[in-house]
Ligand binder design. Structure first.
Ligand SMILES: Cc1cc2nc3c(=O)[nH]c(=O)nc-3n(C[C@H](O)[C@H](O)[C@H](O)COP(=O)(O)OP(=O)(O)OC[C@H]3O[C@@H](n4cnc5c(N)ncnc54)[C@H](O)[C@@H]3O)c2cc1C
Length: 438
């Protein structure tokens, strides 16, 4: 039997693509390697009923496709941790500081930060996120790291340190290993066009749980989603496509939508598409990261005037409260994942809690539950979010996010800036292109 479309991967992108394809009348099946849907959005329930997010959690103002989907599914967006009372914690090599402005800033650093912000916004205004390659200085800006640019515009060492802490707090790559053009492209999708800002990028979350979005999509698709069927090969041809599963089974369809992250896609033998397309896909890479979550019986950090939000120079690069009921998320950034993974797994929990206690005090040592998710080494993710090293925007090139019918690509990696928004936006985009071509 041949389907109209096979969708590879049941993350947000694949589920969104399949839902729209089905709604458009296509006979579609989703092939998913794991025994669950959702990919990088995943949640578990504590014994006391609280939901804990182990993957993607929050969205921002520019995440309009995600916001529209949430409304369609009858779910609710509420303010995220940005509404949490208290102040930010800086956990620096030379001490802890609670306060919304970095402890190491002198008046000259505040002036430098304002100048850097203004210069960044002015440059950001010149970049078209859909076509950064057409920028007159695309090659120069792509070759330069964010660190290079900061030095060029005279950012003080303290400003560079604060920006590095923020980058690693997000578990993005170091400023020294991030293409300036990629950061400009990412920030050009916002209305403020400034450097990354929590209030702009992370101010909303789904009240019913971020992974509930994927579960609702999957419920609508019913038995159109096949779980536990890793894809190993794809043959693409105008006369029909064939997808080979791990089991040896071959499934046929008129078209294929790949919603696989770029890491696992490298392990799939794809034939029948141009070398240029494959190179563009294979040039993409991820920041490798891990997530550590500690659930407490209450948000005890408030007792010390802290809001649970941390930017850290330690092994854990950041923390933030998932909700207002005591669940704390932490990310291990790519630059520190080696230090984390080299620790015997039996001691990682203890070491992570000790680090949290150095930020928030002894109650941090007594969670009701902890969770660790090694996304960077997970075979079906092989990363965390897209990372663009200097030169990568030009290496990946303008084929990024485009299709080669009957082979369509989607997934957060195929949008300018990753995120759940990228998954929803490109998943729905791929479905609409495939439907338009009949
Ligand atoms: C810890 C963490 C925190 C994050 N925080 C945020 C956040 O706060 N806000 C935000 O917007 N984004 C966040 N993100 C990013 C966001 O979760 C992802 O960008 C988005 O969910 C990716 O969706 P996707 O469908 O493109 O890919 P995925 O969710 O990775 O889905 C791909 C699917 O393909 C499957 N697959 C892989 N290989 C194969 C194969 N060979 N055969 C069949 N199936 C296969 C996988 O199992 C998976 O289900 C976070 C991610 C992580 C890991």
């Amino acid at each position: 039997m041949a389907y109209d479309v096979l969708v590879l991967g049941a993350g947000l992108a694949g589920l969104c693509a399949a839902r729209d394809l089905a709604a458009g009348g296509a006979d579609v099946v989703v092939l998913e390697a794991r025994s669950r849907v959702g990919g990088r959005v995943e949640q578990v329930r504590l014994e006391d009923g609280r939901l804990v997010q182990l993957g993607g959690e929050v969205v921002g103002n520019a995440h309009t496709a995600y916001q529209a989907l949430v409304a369609e599914l009858g779910l609710t967006l509420v303010p995220s941790y940005v509404a949490e009372p208290g102040e930010l914690t800086y956990a620096l090599h030379d001490g802890l500081h609670v306060g919304d402005s970095p402890a190491f800033f002198e008046p000259a650093d505040h002036a430098s930060q304002a100048a850097v912000e203004a210069a960044f916004t002015a440059l950001c205004d010149t970049v078209d996120p859909a076509d950064p390659w057409s920028h007159p200085s695309a090659a120069v800006l792509d070759r330069a790291s964010v660190g290079d640019w900061l030095r060029l515009v005279g950012a003080t060492p303290a400003v560079r340190r604060a920006i590095e802490a923020a980058q690693l707090g997000l578990s993005a790559g170091s400023s020294e290993r991030t293409s300036m053009l990629s950061l400009l492209r990412k920030c050009a999708v916002t209305t403020t066009r400034g450097l990354y800002d929590y209030d702009e990028w992370e101010n909303l979350r789904v009240a019913e749980g971020s992974a509930t979005v994927a579960l609702r999509l999957a419920a609508e698709l019913g038995d159109r989603v096949r779980l536990g069927v890793p894809v190993r090969g794809v043959k693409v041809a105008a006369a029909g496509c064939a997808v080979t599963l791990d089991s040896g089974e071959v499934v046929h369809a008129a078209a294929v939508v790949s919603a696989l992250p770029v890491g696992p896609l490298r392990d799939v033998a794809v034939e029948g598409v141009s070398d240029a397309r494959l190179e563009s896909l294979h040039r993409q890479r991820h920041a490798l990261a891990a997530k550590f979550v500690a659930a407490y019986d209450r948000p005890f950090w408030r007792d010390r005037g802290q809001n649970g939000l941390t930017e850290s120079e330690g092994v854990l690069g950041s923390s933030w409260p998932q909700t207002d009921d005591g669940v704390l998320s932490c990310l291990v950034p790519p630059e520190r994942i080696a230090a984390y993974l080299s620790t015997d797994p039996r001691f990682r929990r203890e070491e992570a809690l000790t680090e949290l206690a150095s930020w928030f005090g002894p109650p941090a040592l007594e969670p009701v539950a902890t969770f660790e998710r090694l996304w960077g080494t997970d075979p079906w993710t092989q990363g965390y979010v897209t990372q663009w090293q200097p030169g990568d925007v030009l290496r990946v090139g303008p084929l990024h996010g485009t299709h080669e019918p009957p082979f369509y690509v989607c997934g957060s990696d195929q949008w300018v800036a990753g995120y759940m928004e990228g998954a929803v936006r490109t998943g729905r985009g791929a479905a609409s292109e495939a439907l338009a071509r009949g």
